[in-house]
Design a protein around this ligand. Structure first.
Ligand code: PMV
Length: 354
C-alpha cells in the first residue's frame, strides 16, 4: 500500500521569534506544498528516505515524525521486521523560512499514520508536528505546524490559534504577496539560539522588543479582520516595516535580506519584511490592491465601461506586482508570487507522480 499526503508551506506575516516567547503572531499557508509518499517494505526494518536535495535535517525531521507516530501505539498494519520507504517531493526551498520543516513533519505524520491505519485528528497532527520541531530545533512556538495542518491565515499565541476571518485569502483583491528568496538557506535552530543568547545578555531590552512585536501582531489582526481591508492596506504595510525593523534589531537579518527588503520598498511595495527565522531564507513584500475609488465600481454605469475600467485597474495592479518582482531579481533574489492557501494537510491520490 502507498499513501501520499501533502502539507503547505507558510509565510509568517507578523510576529516570528517573539512567538517563541509567548507573544502573538499571524501566519498564512501558501500555495506551495511538500508531498510525502510512504510505503511498507519487507527488506530491512529501517527508514529509507529519498528526496531531491535531502539534508541531515530532512532525515531528522522525518525520523522524529515517524517515531512519534509509532509512539502513539495505535498501529494496526505494520508487521514486525518491515521497514518504511519515504519519498519526498517539495515545492519549497529547504531552509527558506517558508516552513518547509513543519510542512515536511506534518505531511510525514499524516502519510505514515494513515499507512499504519491510525486516524489522527488535525489537533493531534499539529501537536505532534510541534513536538518534532521542538526536538529537532531545540524550541518551537508551534505556529508553523499549526498553519501547515489547518491552512488559511491564523492568529496564534501560546499553542492556541484562531482563524482570521478573511481566512481564504486575506489579500484577495486587496493586494498581493510576493516572496523574495535570497537563495541562501538558514538554520531555524541557530537563529532561535542566537536570539535566546541576545535575550540572556539583555533580558529587559529584548523583552521590550518582543512586547512591541506582539503589539504589532495584535493591531494587524484587527486590520485583517476588517471588511475595508483596502483602505487599511497602507497601515498593514507600515506594520510590516515596523516589524522588520525590530527583527533587524534582534540580529536576524543579513545583507541579502536587507537588500531585498529595500529593493521591494523602492519598487513601490507598501511594506516588506523578513519572514521566518531569518539569517537567510526569504522576505515578503505587500503590493497594493486593485484601487477602485470609493463607490466607483457602482458609478461606472454601462457594463462595457465597467469592464474596460476593470481591466485598466487590473493592469495597474499587475504592473505594480511585476515591478516588485523585477526589483527583487535585480537585487539578486528569486521572486516567488504566491497565493494564500485555504488547504492544510491532506491526503493525495495514489496516482500522483512523486
Ligand atoms: O524559518 P521558519 O519557517 O522555520 O520559521 C521559524 C519561526 C520562528 O518564530 C523563528 C520559530 C517558531 O517556532 O515560531
Amino acid at each position: 500500500m502507498v499513501i501520499i499526503a501533502s502539507a503547505p508551506g507558510k509565510v509568517i506575516l507578523f510576529g516570528e521569534h517573539a512567538v517563541v516567547y509567548g507573544k502573538p503572531a499571524i501566519a498564512a499557508a501558501i500555495t506551495k506544498r511538500i508531498y510525502v509518499k510512504s510505503r511498507l517494505i519487507d527488506s530491512g526494518s529501517g527508514i529509507q528516505i529519498s528526496s531531491k536535495g535531502k539534508t541531515e535535517s530532512t532525515i531528522e525531521y522525518v525520523k522524529r515524525a515517524i517515531e512519534l507516530v509509532i509512539g502513539t501505539k495505535r498501529m494496526k498494519k505494520a508487521k514486525h521486521g518491515q521497514g518504511i520507504e519515504i519519498t519526498i517531493d517539495s515545492e519549497l526551498p529547504v531552509g527558506g523560512g517558508l516552513g518547509s520543516s513543519a510542512a515536511l513533519s506534518v505531511a510525514t505524520i499524516k502519510s505514515v499514520s494513515t499507512l499504519f491505519g491510525i486516524d489522527l485528528e488535525k489537533e493531534e497532527i499539529a501537536r505532534l508536528g510541534k513536538e518534532v520541531e521542538s526536538k529537532v530545533q531545540g524550541a518551537s512556538s508551534g505556529i508553523d505546524p499549526f498553519v501547515s495542518t489547518y491552512g488559511g491565515a491564523i492568529y496564534y499565541k501560546d499553542g492556541r490559534f484562531s482563524k482570521c476571518r478573511q481566512q481564504i485569502n486575506p489579500f484577495s483583491g486587496h493586494g498581493s504577496i510576493i516572496i523574495g528568496y535570497t537563495g541562501s538557506p538558514s538554520s531555524t535552530k541557530n537563529m532561535i539560539a542566537n536570539v535566546s543568547h541576545l535575550r540572556e545578555k539583555y533580558p529587559k531590552i529584548i523583552d521590550r522588543i518582543f512586547d512591541a512585536i506582539g503589539d504589532i501582531s495584535e493591531r494587524a489582526k484587527i486590520i485583517l479582520e476588517e471588511d475595508n481591508l483596502n483602505e487599511n492596506e497602507n497601515e498593514l504595510g507600515s506594520l510590516m516595516n515596523l516589524n522588520n525593523g525590530l527583527l533587524e534589531s534582534l540580529g536576524v537579518s543579513s545583507f541579502s535580506l536587507s537588500n531585498l527588503v529595500n529593493a521591494s520598498l523602492l519598487a513601490g511595495a507598501l511594506g516588506a519584511k523578513i519572514t521566518g527565522a531569518g539569517g537567510g531564507g526569504c522576505i515578503f513584500a505587500l503590493s497594493s490592491g486593485e484601487d477602485w475609488e470609493d463607490g466607483e465600481e457602482k458609478e461606472v454605469s454601462t457594463a462595457s465601461n465597467r469592464s474596460s475600467r476593470k481591466s485598466e485597474i487590473f493592469e495597474q495592479f499587475e504592473t505594480r506586482k511585476s515591478k516588485i518582482c523585477d526589483a527583487i531579481k535585480m537585487a539578486g533574489g528569486v521572486p516567488i508570487p504566491v497565493e494564500i492557501s485555504h488547504d492544510g494537510v491532506r491526503l493525495e491520490s495514489n496516482s500522483r507522480k512523486i
